[in-house]
Design a protein around this ligand. Sequence first.
Ligand code: NAP
Length: 478
Amino acid sequence: MKIVIVGGTGDLSRRMLLPALYFLDADGLLGPDVEVIGLSRQSLDQAGFRDMALAAVRERAGADYDAAVAARFADRIDYIPADLSNAAGAQTLKARIGDAETIFYLSVSPSLFDGICLSLKAAGLTAAPNRIVLEKPIGRDGPSSGAINGAVANAFSEDRTYRIDHYLGKETVQNLIALRFGNALFEPLWTGRSIDHVQITVAETEGVGDRWPYYNDYGALRDMLQNHMLQLLCLVAMEPPASLDPDSVRNEKVKILRSLRPIGAGEIGQLSVRGQYRAGVAAGKATGSYVEECGQPTDTETYVALCAHIDNWRWAGVPFLMRTGKRMAEKRTQIVIQFKPVPHSIFPGAGGADVLANKLVIDLQPDEDISLLLMNKTPGLDRDGFRLSPLPLSLSLATAFGGGRRRIAYERLLMDVIHNNSTLFVRRDEVEASWAWIDGVRAAWAEAGVTCRPYDAGGWGPVAAYNMIAQLGRSWNE
Ligand code: NAP
């Protein structure tokens, strides 16, 4: 089998894909016949690309770098200099790989997907069992994503099209599936009868930096919420699938996306906040504003907070509160399932105010951890009766399974592509349904004239986001 990384010399390939393949090799999960071929227009020979690949692996692997594995991995590596957006480039590739089973990983700008699929098809490289892996972003709205997906579909059938959302490769995200469907405990509670609301936070400390030409065209809503955050929302909210097979899981996810209540211009002001960072102090360093990074005035949001509702029986009345931003106070990706408080407190003290409602906190970054906050009696004597305090019941993977190496999410996903398992990949109808909802939000913003509120770099976002959640009777988990 051949894995062709189109864009093999690029950033994603060097930071993630080549190291992930190296680790699969280290774990004995790459069959002896698997060959890794880097492809880009850069004029390099096989030795030059091997050196580049091994340097990238060494940097990423750090103390986990093993020279013997690296030597074995190097033997699998080849390089083809070619421009795959034209027919001649695809013919060069065809001459090298022939009819061997091949995975094409498009680690290039999505603007090239159409042309690359056309030339692969013309070169006779798209028949089964060959498959294609697509990186985000798939379009910047419904129509553009439809055009890309249509072009890909002309070359590869849907069951051989793997749309990556690397969040789905994270151990804790898969653990969410295990937690929900491997324990009978949660299912009866997993509804609006017991759950007050759900929060999903993706906070990044970095700014946009050199990526601004791309980012300025997208903004936080399209770059982060449309894909990663809606995928997390789906895994929290979906009905139990009949099995773990790809269509069972994805059928349930798409039902959630289609049940997202559209938000109109009349309510978008109460249910969302757009923000943009101004100068501030982030990670102990003075940093400039987003506008300074771009070098031009812009209204692109680097922060968004949004309240979504899912119109079905399970989730009626439960807000799903999402927020994401750049240049935030800390790096944090977290899902919080906030349960309802006890209906009546028997404990003294400020009318039972010290009985906090339970919450299930699922941390994805920087640490992977799941903890359930339960009320506990504070040890000691108290003349008035009991004092309570919340204690976490922790499912720390590091504690339970040892502090081994934390896997790159792409390891799992690449292994699944090799084994034809698309459960953790995004199906075309999911992409379409999520864009349909996001396009509605953008249209409402435009109609209502919602502009960006400033927030200090190194903070937790605009004050308006705190006002928004307060008006909904909740508060951000901080
Ligand atoms: P990048 O650093 O600009 O790399 C692009 C690669 O594509 C280079 O190797 C480039 O080499 C090659 N390339 C460009 N045109 C080509 C053509 N016509 N034929 C063959 N090769 C061509 O980009 P990246 O950051 O790696 O990102 C790649 C994709 O992944 C993008 O879709 C991006 O949105 C997505 N992504 C990236 C990240 C990340 O962390 N970097 C994260 C999520 C998603 P030559 O110019 O020499 O041909």
